[in-house]
Write a protein that binds this ligand. Structure first.
Ligand code: GTP
Ligand code: MG
Length: 195
């Protein structure tokens, strides 16, 4: 499955610049360079829609896309900057933390926060803390393990179970690959159920 239509809307570094809350929103979050933008592009089926890069932490704005999903009402997908910016100076981290926190706490149209983790890295303290924080703010979440193509097939399900245990998730996370498109149908189903 892929989107029927997808188009860039706007980018914002301040709440005053956020677009109107006229569609249910899905946020794509995760550590820097984990593959957030690639996952978004693979899911909608449009190469280069969200900008990808080999330079971690370079996406420092929130980016909105208008997406008509395979089924259901029109949505906004929101591409996030990465957290855990090891290579970004602290001054820069402090400057965009409040933007992301503020969005996640107050955005009324936000329906689902997709938390993306590199399958090779698994869940670390950042993910534990981020998911706890989202739960405290009553946000629905879906954990996705991406870059699944980078590990052998036989190791994928065990990796998913390890992350499920580490994060005490009710269900196993979705295994995804932006390279092969694996996991897209599962993720579309979860998105469809969340709006
Ligand atoms: P920031 O916005 O900078 O935090 O990065 P991001 O999380 O949006 O990651 P991005 O999509 O830019 O991808 C980072 C790198 O990982 C790029 O070189 C991608 O080509 C690569 N990549 C992303 N997803 C996959 C995947 O599923 N499989 C493989 N093999 N490579 C991937
Ligand atoms: Mg990105």
């Amino acid at each position: 499955m892929r989107a029927r239509h997808a188009a860039y809307v706007t980018s914002a570094a301040a709440p005053a610049r956020f677009p109107p809350e006229d569609r249910p929103e899905i946020a794509f979050t995760g550590r820097s360079n984990v593959g957030k933008s690639s996952l978004l592009n693979a899911l909608v089926g449009v190469k280069g829609l969200a900008r990808t890069s080999g330079t971690p932490g370079r996406t420092q704005l929130l980016h909105w896309f208008a997406v008509d999903p395979p089924k259901g009402p029109p949505l906004h997908f929101v591409d996030f900057p990465g957290y855990g910016y090891a290579k970004v100076p602290k001054s820069m981290r402090d400057a965009f933390g409040p933007l992301v926190d503020g969005y996640l706490q107050t955005r009324a149209s936000l329906r689902l926060v997709i938390v993306i983790i590199d399958v090779r890295r698994g869940a670390e303290e950042d993910e534990v803390l981020f998911l706890q924080w989202l739960a405290q703010h009553d946000r629905a979440t879906q954990v996705v393990l991406t870059k699944a193509d980078k590990i052998p097939k036989s190791k994928r399900i065990p990796a998913a179970h390890a992350v499920q245990r580490a994060l005490a998730l009710p269900r196993a996370p979705i295994l995804f690959s932006a390279t092969t498109g694996d996991g897209s149908d599962d993720l579309w189903r979860v998105i469809g159920n969340s709006v």
